[in-house]
Design a protein around this ligand. Sequence first.
Ligand code: ZN
Length: 315
Amino acid sequence: MTDDTLYARMQDAVDIVANSPHPANKIAATVAGADGGFALSLTNSWPEPIDKKIGRATRIGNSSGTIHAETACLIHAPGPVKNGALFVTDPPCPNCVKNMAEAGIKTLYIDHKGFDKDFAQRRGHHFTSMSMRICEKAGISVYEIWRKEKKLVPILEVPENYTPPLENASLTESAGTAMDHASFAKHVEMRAAHYQDKPFAVAAARDKAGAWFVISAETHPVIGYTSEMPEDLEGKYNVLLQPVNRVIMTAARRGLTIDPAYLYSSIVPTARELVNMTGAGLNKIAIGDINASRDAFGPAALKQLQNAGILDASN
Ligand SMILES: [Zn+2]
């Protein structure tokens, strides 16, 4: 991307930030593919089914009902985001940076105005102590961008030859040109043998040409961290990424579209996974053990979404 394109992509985000439905935190982002093949700008927002059927004031389990702009861009990117760039009006939260790492974003640009406002009080601490630490380990370079002045200020430059450590990457297998429930069930069975007792998720997804892929993942620290270094972040943040979330981000990484008919989780997903699923248009899930969950918020969130007719869960 030329420098002029960088400023333009950030401007695209700035141009829509006022459209954010959030009354207080209006944030927008642009995701751009590595080859410059696509660019998509979105604000933070409530997924339509949550907005219409549950409302903005209600938390879903212990999760807010919103999808942050950065994560929305990854979920809805029209092509593979691997090695792509993300432009954000504000410094991103640790959870969005985890998603960026899993999706393979290589460069993060933050508008310089995002560092003004009441940023230092609101998110400054989480950004410097956690988001930046994840970027460093995942190998995401970070720049502050000044559109009018046409200036790029490096915040973190990752060495060209840096490769992040990763033990248990999500698996993506080619699955031919046809998919049905019987063959998906077989894939789930094989993945169950692979992950044994660990929570995992499986999805079938298609590329633009219609070829099927089966993606699976277990709970694992975000790319850049290994289980040998299970460094804990603070408060509501940790370095773990949950299986359904990893599967969604792996689809984004590869430019694949998950078919909601073929999504499986061995346990009840977390509240945040369920909100992200809803944001990704995934309105069905098969759950292996409906009585197992990471915490009590997942089942509570599941019940809310089922009762509102947003999510169809089977086992
Ligand atoms: Zn975020």
